[in-house]
Design a protein. Sequence first.
Length: 463
Amino acid sequence: MSIEMDDISLQEQFEAVMASNDHESIRVFLDDQNISDVAKLVEENPDVESSIISHLSIHRAASVFKILDPSDQKKIIEDLPEYKSVELLNELPADDRVAFLEELPNSVVRELIKTLDPDERKITLELMGYPENSVGRLMTPDYVYVYEYNTVKEVLDTIRRFGTNSETIDVIYVINYKGELLDDIRIREIILASPEQKMSELMDDRFISLKANDDQEMANEAFKMNNRVALPVTDDQNILLGIVTIDDVLWVANEEFTEDIQKIGGTEALEEPYLDISIFRLLKKRAGWLVILFLSEMLTASAMQFFQHEIETATVLALFIPLIMSSGGNSGSQASTLIIQAMALGELTIADWWRVMRREIMTGFMLGLILGTIGLIRIFTWQTLHIFDYGAHWNLLAITIFFSLIGIVLWGSLIGSMLPIILKKLKLDPATSSAPFVATLVDVTGIVIYFSVAYIFLKGILL
Protein backbone atom coordinates (compact mmCIF):
# COMPACT_ATOMS: atom_id res chain seq x y z
CA MET A 1 0.00 0.00 0.00
CA SER A 2 1.30 3.45 -0.90
CA ILE A 3 0.34 6.49 1.17
CA GLU A 4 1.45 10.10 0.72
CA MET A 5 2.87 10.97 4.14
CA ASP A 6 5.01 14.04 3.60
CA ASP A 7 2.49 16.63 4.80
CA ILE A 8 0.65 14.79 7.61
CA SER A 9 1.61 14.26 11.23
CA LEU A 10 3.19 11.10 12.61
CA GLN A 11 -0.06 10.24 14.39
CA GLU A 12 -2.08 10.62 11.18
CA GLN A 13 0.46 8.52 9.28
CA PHE A 14 0.20 5.85 11.96
CA GLU A 15 -3.60 5.83 11.88
CA ALA A 16 -3.57 5.52 8.07
CA VAL A 17 -1.16 2.57 8.16
CA MET A 18 -3.08 0.83 10.98
CA ALA A 19 -6.33 1.27 9.06
CA SER A 20 -4.82 -0.70 6.18
CA ASN A 21 -4.55 -3.74 8.44
CA ASP A 22 -1.49 -4.71 6.38
CA HIS A 23 0.97 -6.19 8.86
CA GLU A 24 3.95 -5.78 6.57
CA SER A 25 3.16 -2.09 5.96
CA ILE A 26 2.77 -1.52 9.70
CA ARG A 27 6.11 -3.23 10.40
CA VAL A 28 7.93 -1.22 7.70
CA PHE A 29 6.40 2.04 8.92
CA LEU A 30 7.40 1.42 12.54
CA ASP A 31 10.90 0.32 11.54
CA ASP A 32 11.35 3.65 9.72
CA GLN A 33 10.66 5.66 12.90
CA ASN A 34 13.04 6.69 15.64
CA ILE A 35 12.76 4.75 18.88
CA SER A 36 11.53 7.89 20.69
CA ASP A 37 8.82 8.41 18.05
CA VAL A 38 7.60 4.83 18.42
CA ALA A 39 7.49 5.31 22.21
CA LYS A 40 5.38 8.43 21.66
CA LEU A 41 2.98 6.45 19.47
CA VAL A 42 2.67 3.83 22.21
CA GLU A 43 1.82 6.50 24.80
CA GLU A 44 -0.70 8.23 22.52
CA ASN A 45 -2.45 5.03 21.41
CA PRO A 46 -3.07 2.97 24.56
CA ASP A 47 -5.62 0.74 22.83
CA VAL A 48 -3.03 -0.68 20.41
CA GLU A 49 0.22 -0.35 22.38
CA SER A 50 0.79 -4.10 22.60
CA SER A 51 0.12 -4.38 18.85
CA ILE A 52 2.80 -1.75 18.18
CA ILE A 53 5.34 -3.69 20.22
CA SER A 54 4.37 -6.94 18.48
CA HIS A 55 5.13 -5.48 15.05
CA LEU A 56 8.67 -4.47 16.03
CA SER A 57 11.75 -6.63 15.88
CA ILE A 58 12.54 -7.89 19.38
CA HIS A 59 15.62 -5.69 19.66
CA ARG A 60 13.69 -2.51 18.73
CA ALA A 61 10.79 -3.60 20.91
CA ALA A 62 13.13 -3.81 23.92
CA SER A 63 14.59 -0.39 23.09
CA VAL A 64 11.10 1.14 23.05
CA PHE A 65 9.86 -0.76 26.09
CA LYS A 66 12.66 0.37 28.40
CA ILE A 67 11.89 4.11 27.93
CA LEU A 68 8.14 3.81 28.54
CA ASP A 69 6.41 4.73 31.79
CA PRO A 70 6.00 1.81 34.24
CA SER A 71 2.21 1.86 33.81
CA ASP A 72 2.56 1.38 30.03
CA GLN A 73 5.15 -1.36 30.56
CA LYS A 74 2.85 -3.29 32.88
CA LYS A 75 -0.08 -3.07 30.46
CA ILE A 76 2.05 -4.23 27.52
CA ILE A 77 3.38 -7.28 29.39
CA GLU A 78 -0.18 -8.16 30.43
CA ASP A 79 -1.59 -7.79 26.89
CA LEU A 80 1.18 -9.46 24.90
CA PRO A 81 0.98 -13.19 24.16
CA GLU A 82 3.00 -15.12 26.75
CA TYR A 83 5.72 -16.18 24.32
CA LYS A 84 6.18 -12.56 23.17
CA SER A 85 6.37 -11.13 26.71
CA VAL A 86 8.94 -13.81 27.65
CA GLU A 87 10.99 -12.95 24.56
CA LEU A 88 10.78 -9.23 25.38
CA LEU A 89 11.85 -9.67 29.02
CA ASN A 90 14.81 -11.81 27.99
CA GLU A 91 15.90 -9.21 25.43
CA LEU A 92 15.85 -6.31 27.90
CA PRO A 93 19.22 -5.22 29.32
CA ALA A 94 19.57 -6.57 32.86
CA ASP A 95 19.43 -3.16 34.55
CA ASP A 96 16.27 -2.14 32.66
CA ARG A 97 14.67 -5.49 33.43
CA VAL A 98 15.35 -5.02 37.15
CA ALA A 99 13.97 -1.46 37.01
CA PHE A 100 10.74 -2.85 35.52
CA LEU A 101 10.44 -5.75 37.98
CA GLU A 102 10.92 -3.36 40.92
CA GLU A 103 7.57 -1.77 40.07
CA LEU A 104 5.65 -5.07 40.29
CA PRO A 105 4.19 -7.01 43.26
CA ASN A 106 6.46 -9.77 44.60
CA SER A 107 4.09 -12.53 43.48
CA VAL A 108 4.19 -11.28 39.86
CA VAL A 109 7.98 -10.87 39.98
CA ARG A 110 8.42 -14.49 41.05
CA GLU A 111 6.35 -15.73 38.12
CA LEU A 112 8.11 -13.53 35.55
CA ILE A 113 11.59 -14.51 36.76
CA LYS A 114 10.69 -18.16 36.17
CA THR A 115 10.16 -17.38 32.48
CA LEU A 116 13.69 -15.98 31.98
CA ASP A 117 16.51 -17.91 30.39
CA PRO A 118 18.83 -19.44 33.04
CA ASP A 119 21.64 -16.96 32.41
CA GLU A 120 19.33 -13.95 32.42
CA ARG A 121 17.57 -15.24 35.53
CA LYS A 122 20.88 -15.55 37.37
CA ILE A 123 21.93 -12.00 36.45
CA THR A 124 18.52 -10.59 37.38
CA LEU A 125 18.49 -12.26 40.79
CA GLU A 126 22.03 -11.04 41.48
CA LEU A 127 21.07 -7.44 40.73
CA MET A 128 17.84 -7.66 42.72
CA GLY A 129 19.88 -8.99 45.63
CA TYR A 130 21.35 -5.53 46.15
CA PRO A 131 19.51 -3.09 48.47
CA GLU A 132 16.69 -1.06 46.99
CA ASN A 133 17.85 2.33 45.65
CA SER A 134 21.46 1.13 45.59
CA VAL A 135 23.89 1.47 42.69
CA GLY A 136 23.87 -2.32 42.36
CA ARG A 137 20.27 -2.19 41.15
CA LEU A 138 21.31 0.17 38.33
CA MET A 139 24.39 -1.58 37.00
CA THR A 140 24.63 -3.78 33.94
CA PRO A 141 27.06 -6.70 33.52
CA ASP A 142 27.30 -5.98 29.77
CA TYR A 143 30.64 -4.21 29.33
CA VAL A 144 34.04 -4.81 27.76
CA TYR A 145 37.04 -5.51 29.98
CA VAL A 146 40.66 -6.29 29.11
CA TYR A 147 43.88 -7.02 30.97
CA GLU A 148 46.80 -4.69 31.59
CA TYR A 149 49.14 -6.84 29.50
CA ASN A 150 46.84 -6.77 26.42
CA THR A 151 48.07 -4.78 23.43
CA VAL A 152 45.93 -2.25 21.59
CA LYS A 153 45.53 -4.74 18.74
CA GLU A 154 44.28 -7.41 21.15
CA VAL A 155 41.90 -4.94 22.78
CA LEU A 156 40.37 -3.96 19.43
CA ASP A 157 39.87 -7.65 18.64
CA THR A 158 38.13 -8.08 22.01
CA ILE A 159 35.86 -5.11 21.30
CA ARG A 160 34.88 -6.59 17.93
CA ARG A 161 34.04 -9.93 19.59
CA PHE A 162 32.13 -8.70 22.64
CA GLY A 163 31.21 -5.09 21.89
CA THR A 164 27.92 -5.94 20.17
CA ASN A 165 26.36 -7.16 23.40
CA SER A 166 27.80 -4.35 25.52
CA GLU A 167 25.70 -1.38 26.59
CA THR A 168 28.52 1.00 25.68
CA ILE A 169 32.06 0.71 24.35
CA ASP A 170 32.99 4.34 24.92
CA VAL A 171 35.06 3.23 27.89
CA ILE A 172 37.10 0.02 28.23
CA TYR A 173 37.90 -1.34 31.69
CA VAL A 174 41.29 -2.75 32.64
CA ILE A 175 41.45 -5.46 35.30
CA ASN A 176 44.09 -7.83 36.69
CA TYR A 177 43.92 -11.60 36.98
CA LYS A 178 41.98 -11.26 40.27
CA GLY A 179 39.28 -9.20 38.57
CA GLU A 180 40.27 -6.02 40.39
CA LEU A 181 39.66 -2.75 38.56
CA LEU A 182 42.93 -1.06 37.60
CA ASP A 183 41.76 1.72 35.29
CA ASP A 184 39.20 2.78 32.70
CA ILE A 185 40.39 4.00 29.32
CA ARG A 186 38.34 5.87 26.76
CA ILE A 187 38.04 4.25 23.36
CA ARG A 188 39.49 7.37 21.73
CA GLU A 189 42.82 6.83 23.51
CA ILE A 190 42.91 3.22 22.40
CA ILE A 191 42.14 3.99 18.75
CA LEU A 192 44.84 6.67 18.60
CA ALA A 193 47.50 4.49 20.25
CA SER A 194 50.02 2.27 18.46
CA PRO A 195 48.75 -1.30 17.86
CA GLU A 196 51.66 -2.75 19.85
CA GLN A 197 51.21 -0.56 22.92
CA LYS A 198 50.05 -2.33 26.04
CA MET A 199 47.20 -1.17 28.25
CA SER A 200 49.66 -0.70 31.11
CA GLU A 201 51.31 2.06 29.05
CA LEU A 202 48.00 3.89 28.54
CA MET A 203 46.90 3.64 32.15
CA ASP A 204 47.15 6.75 34.34
CA ASP A 205 45.49 5.24 37.47
CA ARG A 206 43.06 8.16 37.61
CA PHE A 207 39.61 6.65 37.55
CA ILE A 208 36.33 7.06 39.40
CA SER A 209 34.34 4.04 40.54
CA LEU A 210 31.12 3.46 42.43
CA LYS A 211 30.41 0.89 45.12
CA ALA A 212 27.55 -1.54 44.53
CA ASN A 213 25.97 -0.74 47.89
CA ASP A 214 26.23 3.04 47.46
CA ASP A 215 23.00 5.03 47.33
CA GLN A 216 21.88 5.94 43.83
CA GLU A 217 22.15 9.62 44.73
CA MET A 218 25.93 9.13 44.97
CA ALA A 219 25.94 7.87 41.38
CA ASN A 220 24.05 10.99 40.32
CA GLU A 221 26.65 13.19 42.03
CA ALA A 222 29.54 11.23 40.50
CA PHE A 223 28.20 11.67 36.98
CA LYS A 224 27.64 15.38 37.54
CA MET A 225 31.24 15.84 38.66
CA ASN A 226 32.88 13.66 35.98
CA ASN A 227 32.53 13.85 32.22
CA ARG A 228 31.71 10.17 31.63
CA VAL A 229 28.96 8.27 29.85
CA ALA A 230 29.50 5.28 32.16
CA LEU A 231 31.17 4.54 35.49
CA PRO A 232 32.44 1.18 36.79
CA VAL A 233 30.90 -0.47 39.85
CA THR A 234 33.02 -2.48 42.27
CA ASP A 235 32.59 -4.34 45.54
CA ASP A 236 34.44 -3.54 48.75
CA GLN A 237 37.48 -5.51 47.47
CA ASN A 238 37.59 -3.44 44.25
CA ILE A 239 36.40 -6.38 42.12
CA LEU A 240 34.72 -5.05 38.97
CA LEU A 241 31.04 -6.09 39.01
CA GLY A 242 29.47 -4.01 36.26
CA ILE A 243 28.93 -0.49 34.98
CA VAL A 244 26.29 2.22 35.37
CA THR A 245 25.42 4.31 32.32
CA ILE A 246 24.33 7.93 32.25
CA ASP A 247 20.86 7.17 30.85
CA ASP A 248 19.97 5.06 33.89
CA VAL A 249 21.20 7.73 36.28
CA LEU A 250 19.21 10.44 34.48
CA TRP A 251 16.11 8.28 34.72
CA VAL A 252 16.62 7.81 38.48
CA ALA A 253 17.30 11.54 38.95
CA ASN A 254 14.03 12.36 37.20
CA GLU A 255 12.12 9.92 39.43
CA GLU A 256 13.72 11.32 42.59
CA PHE A 257 12.95 14.87 41.50
CA THR A 258 9.31 13.94 40.90
CA GLU A 259 9.07 12.25 44.31
CA ASP A 260 10.62 15.25 46.06
CA ILE A 261 8.20 17.67 44.38
CA GLN A 262 5.24 15.54 45.47
CA LYS A 263 6.54 15.29 49.04
CA ILE A 264 7.22 19.02 49.21
CA GLY A 265 3.59 19.53 48.21
CA GLY A 266 2.49 17.55 51.27
CA THR A 267 1.67 14.12 49.83
CA GLU A 268 3.33 10.73 49.58
CA ALA A 269 5.19 9.97 46.35
CA LEU A 270 3.03 8.45 43.59
CA GLU A 271 4.53 5.34 41.99
CA GLU A 272 2.54 5.81 38.79
CA PRO A 273 1.16 8.68 36.68
CA TYR A 274 -1.59 10.76 38.30
CA LEU A 275 -4.29 9.77 35.78
CA ASP A 276 -3.42 6.06 36.07
CA ILE A 277 -3.51 5.75 39.85
CA SER A 278 -6.81 4.58 41.34
CA ILE A 279 -8.93 6.98 43.40
CA PHE A 280 -8.53 4.73 46.46
CA ARG A 281 -4.72 4.71 46.23
CA LEU A 282 -4.67 8.47 45.58
CA LEU A 283 -6.81 8.89 48.69
CA LYS A 284 -4.32 6.83 50.74
CA LYS A 285 -1.38 8.89 49.46
CA ARG A 286 -2.99 12.20 50.39
CA ALA A 287 -5.05 11.38 53.47
CA GLY A 288 -2.13 10.51 55.74
CA TRP A 289 -0.42 13.87 55.43
CA LEU A 290 -3.71 15.77 55.63
CA VAL A 291 -4.58 14.01 58.90
CA ILE A 292 -1.12 14.82 60.32
CA LEU A 293 -1.45 18.45 59.26
CA PHE A 294 -4.98 18.63 60.66
CA LEU A 295 -3.85 17.27 64.03
CA SER A 296 -0.98 19.73 63.99
CA GLU A 297 -3.34 22.60 63.29
CA MET A 298 -5.33 21.52 66.34
CA LEU A 299 -2.30 22.65 68.35
CA THR A 300 -2.87 26.11 66.84
CA ALA A 301 -6.41 26.04 68.18
CA SER A 302 -5.05 25.00 71.57
CA ALA A 303 -2.59 27.90 71.51
CA MET A 304 -5.41 30.33 70.72
CA GLN A 305 -7.49 28.88 73.56
CA PHE A 306 -4.54 29.55 75.89
CA PHE A 307 -4.68 33.22 74.89
CA GLN A 308 -8.48 33.34 74.89
CA HIS A 309 -8.57 35.92 77.67
CA GLU A 310 -6.20 38.24 75.78
CA ILE A 311 -8.29 37.89 72.61
CA GLU A 312 -11.50 38.72 74.51
CA THR A 313 -9.84 41.68 76.24
CA ALA A 314 -8.29 43.14 73.09
CA THR A 315 -10.37 41.87 70.18
CA VAL A 316 -8.40 44.08 67.79
CA LEU A 317 -5.50 41.63 68.14
CA ALA A 318 -7.62 38.90 66.55
CA LEU A 319 -7.82 40.91 63.33
CA PHE A 320 -4.14 40.31 62.65
CA ILE A 321 -3.91 36.60 63.52
CA PRO A 322 -4.33 35.39 59.88
CA LEU A 323 -1.75 37.95 58.73
CA ILE A 324 0.76 36.90 61.39
CA MET A 325 0.28 33.14 60.83
CA SER A 326 0.47 33.27 57.04
CA SER A 327 3.61 35.44 57.06
CA GLY A 328 5.51 33.00 59.27
CA GLY A 329 4.25 29.97 57.35
CA ASN A 330 5.12 31.49 53.99
CA SER A 331 8.67 32.39 55.05
CA GLY A 332 9.17 28.87 56.46
CA SER A 333 7.84 27.26 53.28
CA GLN A 334 10.16 29.39 51.16
CA ALA A 335 13.20 28.46 53.24
CA SER A 336 12.42 24.71 53.34
CA THR A 337 11.86 24.55 49.58
CA LEU A 338 15.14 26.35 48.87
CA ILE A 339 17.14 24.14 51.26
CA ILE A 340 15.58 20.88 50.01
CA GLN A 341 16.38 21.84 46.42
CA ALA A 342 19.95 22.88 47.31
CA MET A 343 20.54 19.57 49.11
CA ALA A 344 19.09 17.59 46.20
CA LEU A 345 21.44 19.39 43.79
CA GLY A 346 24.44 18.85 46.07
CA GLU A 347 24.89 22.57 46.63
CA LEU A 348 25.02 22.13 50.40
CA THR A 349 25.48 19.34 52.94
CA ILE A 350 24.80 18.77 56.63
CA ALA A 351 28.21 20.29 57.38
CA ASP A 352 26.95 23.63 56.03
CA TRP A 353 24.26 23.97 58.70
CA TRP A 354 25.93 26.89 60.46
CA ARG A 355 26.36 28.84 57.22
CA VAL A 356 22.72 28.18 56.39
CA MET A 357 21.60 29.30 59.84
CA ARG A 358 23.59 32.55 59.66
CA ARG A 359 22.17 33.35 56.22
CA GLU A 360 18.61 32.61 57.31
CA ILE A 361 18.97 34.69 60.48
CA MET A 362 20.04 37.68 58.40
CA THR A 363 17.55 37.00 55.59
CA GLY A 364 14.68 36.25 57.98
CA PHE A 365 15.35 39.41 59.99
CA MET A 366 15.39 41.60 56.87
CA LEU A 367 12.27 39.95 55.44
CA GLY A 368 10.54 40.43 58.78
CA LEU A 369 11.65 44.05 58.81
CA ILE A 370 10.12 44.57 55.36
CA LEU A 371 6.80 42.93 56.24
CA GLY A 372 6.72 44.56 59.67
CA THR A 373 7.20 47.98 58.11
CA ILE A 374 4.39 47.33 55.64
CA GLY A 375 2.13 46.23 58.52
CA LEU A 376 3.03 49.33 60.54
CA ILE A 377 2.38 51.65 57.57
CA ARG A 378 -0.93 49.90 56.92
CA ILE A 379 -2.21 50.53 60.46
CA PHE A 380 -0.95 54.13 60.39
CA THR A 381 -2.60 54.81 57.01
CA TRP A 382 -5.95 53.21 57.89
CA GLN A 383 -6.07 55.07 61.20
CA THR A 384 -5.04 58.45 59.71
CA LEU A 385 -7.49 58.21 56.80
CA HIS A 386 -10.24 56.99 59.16
CA ILE A 387 -10.72 53.82 57.12
CA PHE A 388 -10.73 51.83 60.35
CA ASP A 389 -10.42 52.86 63.98
CA TYR A 390 -7.91 50.73 65.88
CA GLY A 391 -8.59 52.57 69.12
CA ALA A 392 -6.73 55.06 71.26
CA HIS A 393 -3.63 52.91 71.48
CA TRP A 394 -3.31 52.19 67.77
CA ASN A 395 0.35 53.26 67.81
CA LEU A 396 1.23 50.54 70.35
CA LEU A 397 -0.75 48.05 68.26
CA ALA A 398 1.30 49.05 65.19
CA ILE A 399 4.56 48.52 67.11
CA THR A 400 3.28 45.11 68.30
CA ILE A 401 2.55 44.03 64.72
CA PHE A 402 5.93 45.38 63.59
CA PHE A 403 7.98 43.39 66.09
CA SER A 404 5.72 40.31 65.89
CA LEU A 405 6.27 40.05 62.15
CA ILE A 406 10.04 40.39 62.56
CA GLY A 407 10.06 37.61 65.15
CA ILE A 408 7.68 35.27 63.33
CA VAL A 409 9.27 35.62 59.88
CA LEU A 410 12.72 35.13 61.42
CA TRP A 411 11.51 32.06 63.30
CA GLY A 412 9.78 30.67 60.20
CA SER A 413 12.94 31.04 58.13
CA LEU A 414 15.01 29.27 60.79
CA ILE A 415 12.57 26.36 61.15
CA GLY A 416 12.14 25.99 57.40
CA SER A 417 15.89 25.91 56.77
CA MET A 418 16.99 23.75 59.70
CA LEU A 419 14.30 21.05 59.57
CA PRO A 420 15.49 19.49 56.25
CA ILE A 421 19.08 19.43 57.55
CA ILE A 422 18.01 17.80 60.81
CA LEU A 423 16.05 15.15 58.92
CA LYS A 424 19.05 14.48 56.68
CA LYS A 425 21.23 14.10 59.78
CA LEU A 426 18.73 11.54 61.11
CA LYS A 427 19.00 9.71 57.74
CA LEU A 428 15.42 10.61 56.83
CA ASP A 429 14.21 12.15 53.57
CA PRO A 430 14.52 15.98 53.78
CA ALA A 431 11.64 16.30 51.31
CA THR A 432 9.24 15.11 54.02
CA SER A 433 9.73 18.50 55.69
CA SER A 434 7.17 19.70 53.17
CA ALA A 435 5.98 23.27 52.83
CA PRO A 436 2.53 22.53 54.40
CA PHE A 437 4.22 20.77 57.35
CA VAL A 438 6.59 23.66 57.99
CA ALA A 439 3.77 26.19 57.63
CA THR A 440 1.65 24.28 60.16
CA LEU A 441 4.53 24.06 62.62
CA VAL A 442 5.24 27.78 62.34
CA ASP A 443 1.53 28.59 62.77
CA VAL A 444 1.53 27.08 66.25
CA THR A 445 4.67 28.87 67.41
CA GLY A 446 3.61 32.05 65.61
CA ILE A 447 0.58 32.43 67.87
CA VAL A 448 2.82 32.15 70.93
CA ILE A 449 5.28 34.74 69.57
CA TYR A 450 2.48 37.15 68.60
CA PHE A 451 0.74 37.20 71.96
CA SER A 452 4.04 37.23 73.85
CA VAL A 453 5.05 40.41 71.99
CA ALA A 454 1.56 41.84 72.52
CA TYR A 455 1.84 41.15 76.24
CA ILE A 456 5.17 43.07 76.37
CA PHE A 457 3.81 46.21 74.68
CA LEU A 458 0.16 46.17 75.74
CA LYS A 459 0.33 44.86 79.32
CA GLY A 460 -1.67 47.15 81.59
CA ILE A 461 -3.08 49.02 78.59
CA LEU A 462 -5.16 46.65 76.47
CA LEU A 463 -4.22 43.44 78.28
